[in-house]
Design a protein around this ligand. Structure first.
Ligand code: GLN
Length: 380
């Protein structure tokens, strides 16, 4: 294996899901819904296949989808973007992240990450030969330590990667935090790559896109996908929105990573994004109910639950149960209790910082959430 990837193991999501299957545990680990996406979107995919939309798509996206993404972005942020020049459709947001990093970062460029961070960021930055600088968001509120951030920026800092609503903590970046980060980026000529795949799962406050802040669109790549919003995580339709000078890099990388993305699924994705507002409202209502079941349940089990404003995740402090660290706790939880969660230490540059925290997901039907809580109440 190449040196730049040597330190990365099988992803923690795969590890925990495999262990959950082996021990018959209820899986509140890997973030995938155990229910299906909406009928009208599945029907649209079947129709697209029947209509012969089955050969290579245009590299940067089928025109209808690029238009639907632009419409959605305008509705969400007020920004008007050119679907032909500023949107690139990719194979999930994970590819959008990779294409953005590989297309815009040179070896040796410094990139700032906020820990805990989603595992693909570090691996992809490593593939690009970037130098990673980490800033840790700490409980209870995971606020951005602006002075540390200021200190971390150097003349070699090329970009900052942010994620809001944030996986794994459920933190949402406030307007004040985003404004401070924006000022620093403008002053120091730093780009922002912003992963907003949970933007429609914002419960406690409104989601704010970094690109919508004054002076930021021209230096921001906004990354998003279909999977979370439409409970279709296996479809792998994502996209990057950026001004033409940044889109150029993203498209060059995308052209040689995957060239294009599944054609019929792109047509169906366009149908999905044109869903009426009521779809999004219902999604949020359903998830709010699930969240309440899990959060109240975890509190009743005895965990210290950190407040989550968005995403379908919540992190808890497990230390009152007396296990040495997050990995040991999750192994115990799967094997002895029959519930899977995700240890968070893998989301930090320094694993020590995550050893007290584990992540649970509530993207499961209510019966499954209740059953998991019951198991924990009985056996923890
Ligand atoms: N994004 C999902 C999560 O955080 C899973 C991603 C994956 O399995 N690679 O759980």
């Amino acid at each position: 294996i190449a040196k730049r990837l040597e330190k990365f193991k099988t992803t923690i999501f795969t590890q925990m899901s495999n262990l959950a299957v082996k021990h018959g545990a209820i899986n509140l680990g890997q973030g995938f819904p155990n229910f299906d996406g909406p009928e009208f979107v599945k029907e649209a995919a079947i129709q697209a296949i029947k209509d012969g939309k089955n050969q290579y798509a245009r590299g940067y996206g089928v025109p209808d989808l690029n238009f639907a993404i632009a419409e959605r972005f305008k509705k969400d942020t007020g920004l008007v973007v050119d679907p032909e020049k500023e949107i690139t459709v990719t194979s999930g947001c994970t590819e959008a992240i990779a294409a953005t990093i590989l297309g815009l970062i040179n070896p040796g460029d410094e990139v700032i990450l906020f820990a805990p961070f989603y595992d693909s960021y570090e691996a992809t930055l490593s593939m690009a030969g970037a130098k990673i600088k980490g800033i840790t968001l700490r409980p209870p509120d995971f606020a951005v330590p602006i002075d540390e951030l200021k200190f971390a920026i150097s003349k070699n800092t090329r970009a900052m990667l942010i994620n809001t609503p944030h996986n794994p903590t459920g933190k949402m970046f406030t307007r004040e935090e985003l404004s401070k980060i924006a000022s620093l980026c403008i002053e120091n000529n730093v780009l922002v790559f912003t992963d907003e795949v949970y933007d429609k799962l914002a419960f406690e406050m409104d989601h704010i896109s970094m690109a919508s802040l004054p002076g930021m669109y021209e230096r921001t790549v906004t990354l998003n996908s279909l999977g979370k919003t439409f409970s279709l995580t296996g479809w792998k339709i994502g996209w990057a929105i950026a001004p033409p000078h940044l889109t150029w890099g993203v498209r060059q990388a995308h052209a040689f990573l995957t060239f294009s993305t599944s054609t019929p699924m792109q047509w169906a994705a366009a149908t999905a994004l044109r869903a009426p507002d009521s779809y999004y409202e219902e999604l949020k209502r359903d998830y709010n109910a699930k969240k309440a079941i899990l959060v109240e349940g975890l509190k009743a089990v005895g965990f210290k639950v950190h407040p989550s404003s968005g995403t379908y995740f919540v992190v808890v402090d497990h230390t009152c149960f007396g296990l040495a660290n997050d990995i040991e706790f999750c192994e115990y939880l799967i094997k002895e209790v029959g519930v899977a969660a995700i240890p968070t230490s893998v989301f930090y540059l320094n694993p020590e910082e995550g050893k007290d925290l584990v992540r649970f997901t509530f993207c499961k039907d209510e019966g499954t959430l209740r059953a998991a809580v019951e198991r924990m109440k009985e056996k923890l």
